[in-house]
Design a protein around this ligand. Structure first.
Ligand SMILES: C[S@@+](CC[C@H](N)C(=O)[O-])C[C@H]1O[C@@H](n2cnc3c(N)ncnc32)[C@H](O)[C@@H]1O
Length: 195
């Protein structure tokens, strides 16, 4: 099989796997009562930018020829590395969902029974789900040999992260106070011991 076709299939399998992992958790949180929801319009815009980068742009690359002018030569090593990083991101993504349980939400929300999670992967970093998304974006960068569709995920998810993270941490501080302050003091945001 042509290596570019293999990259397109690997990318599509990765995205469908991500969706299949998320589905049962989405169902579970539907029944929870939300007591604080912040920045609804801003969150919609940020999620759209992230979807454009991680979903729509690579999809356009995979199913049309519109971005082919920005393709560059590809190697089996690059393909294998991209697949490995994608697998690692999916593993971490599933772990974060299991650890967060009913406390998870797509946008900035607090539930009436909300608990601060500090165990599992949350013991090492405060935002492991965002680490998983950055790994997905990195996998896309490596897996897709195109100067537009490759980096689109890093730019799209990076924008969401930059404009959301301060507000999410402020919401957690407003809700959990000293408990979150102490948790923040002993954990990094994305990479243990680094950042
Ligand atoms: C998309 S989830 C991402 C969670 C976290 N930022 C991460 O990257 O793993 C966002 C929601 O998770 C909730 N949340 C974030 N950190 C949490 C924690 N340590 N414990 C419980 N809920 C948390 C907040 O209610 C927020 O609205």
């Amino acid at each position: 099989m042509n290596l570019i076709v293999a990259a397109k299939i690997a990318w599509a399998v990765g995205v469908v796997s991500w969706w299949l992992i998320r589905r049962p958790f989405e169902r579970k949180v539907k029944r929870e009562r939300v007591v604080d929801a912040r920045d609804r319009v801003r969150e919609f815009v940020l999620l759209s930018i992230s979807t454009l980068g991680l979903g729509i742009t690579p999809l356009v690359w995979a199913v049309t020829k519109a971005l082919n002018f920005a393709n560059y030569p590809y190697s089996p090593v690059q393909f294998a590395l991209g697949v490995l990083v994608f697998l690692f991101s999916l593993w971490l993504f599933r772990r974060t969902h299991k650890d967060l349980g009913k406390n998870w939400s797509v946008t900035l929300e607090i539930k009436d029974t909300h608990k601060l999670i500090t165990e599992g992967v949350y013991r090492y970093v405060r935002h492991p789900m965002y680490t998983a998304f950055f790994l997905w974006a990195l996998a896309q960068l490596i897996l897709i040999p195109n100067w537009i569709a490759g980096p689109a995920g890093v730019i799209g998810f990076g924008t969401l992260f930059l404009f959301r993270i301060g507000r999410e941490e402020q919401m957690m501080l407003d809700t959990f106070g000293d408990e979150y302050r102490a948790y923040s003091a002993r954990t990094a945001r994305l990479i243990p011991g680094v950042f």
